[in-house]
Design a protein around this ligand. Sequence first.
Ligand SMILES: [Zn+2]
Length: 90
Amino acid sequence: MGEPKGVAEGVPTAVRPDPHTGDGRRPVAWLHIVAPPSWSVTPSARSWCTCGYERQALGRAAVLQLVAAHNEHRTACPLLGPTTEGRAAA
Ligand SMILES: [Zn+2]
């Protein structure tokens, strides 16, 4: 008797960019946070964008600031851009 062919051909979940991309916009900005449940482990985060924007943070406070900066970048990024199209500028 040979070994059973129990090889799971499961496709590993691809690394998904920002989960808030269900609105049809192209994902160009990523945010990755590593925050272990243990408070003794320093959390870290990395935020990067295809426009060249990149930031890394180490520590809880720094991570929170990075998240805020990331969200801010999403509105200021030249690639994402604000939805001013079709609006009369003044
Ligand atoms: Zn950007």
